[in-house]
Design a protein around this ligand. Structure first.
Ligand code: SF4
Length: 227
């Protein structure tokens, strides 16, 4: 078990510093070439790997060009084009409906406010934050996905369970300049070292400050259970 810094703010700053040194090129791994493609890729990425989404969108973005194409597509056809993605039927519905709203209410453009984005079908705060950050250069919050959630809990940055509450706490302690990058750093570290089932604490640059470190710790603070 490592010894966390005295305050959560100091802990967050140290985490950012160390992970930034470890992953200097950390960034979003979804592929897209415009805001609508970004929105669609993020909707598709819920409960699905970015790698799978990138495979599927390669063909999708060649076939569909703009919100009209999605809004006018038959539900069955669009679902068929997404059928290697988890929950493809629902996601096809969300995408068609979101594109109808984009055409009717936003002149065919992906909106640039949290309220307007979260009014679109299939778009929650997490998806909206990603689109704002990477599509509009607007950083209003911190994207809390499964990696951010797990690492923040393990590292003692939060004891909250719900992503919305975790985001509220992280916003208080992560330096504002790093709100966007914090997510990508956690994702990279969560994939490479601090995996859900078998974190490699012996090879972790955060081991000395991590209260979940497996050395002589008995508790995974993300699961709330002994290792
Ligand atoms: S790999 Fe281990 S030491 Fe590193 S952050 Fe995860 S739980 Fe903590």
């Amino acid at each position: 078990m490592g010894t966390p810094r005295e305050t959560r703010q100091a802990q967050a700053e140290t985490v950012v510093d160390r992970l930034e040194a470890e992953y200097p090129d950390s960034t979003i791994s979804l592929r897209y070439s415009n805001r609508l493609e970004l929105l669609i890729a993020v909707i598709l990425s819920a409960q699905c790997t970015d790698e799978r989404v990138n495979q599927e969108t390669k063909k999708l973005f060649e076939k569909y060009d703009g919100p009209e194409d999605y809004a006018n597509a038959a539900q069955d056809d669009l679902a068929e084009d997404l059928n290697s993605i988890t929950y493809y039927n629902n996601k096809a519905k969300y995408i068609r409906s979101a594109c109808e709203t984009i055409l009717e209410d936003h002149d065919g453009e992906v909106p640039d406010t949290m309220d307007e984005l979260t009014d679109l079908s299939g778009v929650g705060r997490k998806t909206a934050n990603v689109v704002l950050q990477h599509g509009h250069d607007v950083v209003e919050g911190i994207v809390v996905d499964t990696h951010v959630q797990r690492l923040s809990q393990r590292l003692g940055l939060t004891e909250e369970e719900r992503p919305e509450r975790i985001e509220e706490e992280l916003i208080e302690i992560v330096p504002e300049d790093y709100w966007q990058q914090f997510t990508h750093l956690c994702i990279d570290h969560g994939r490479a070292v601090c995996t859900a089932r078998n974190p490699d604490c012996g090879d972790c640059v955060l081991a000395d400050i991590c209260p979940s470190e497996k050395g002589d710790s008995e508790i995974d603070l993300a699961a709330g259970e002994p290792w």
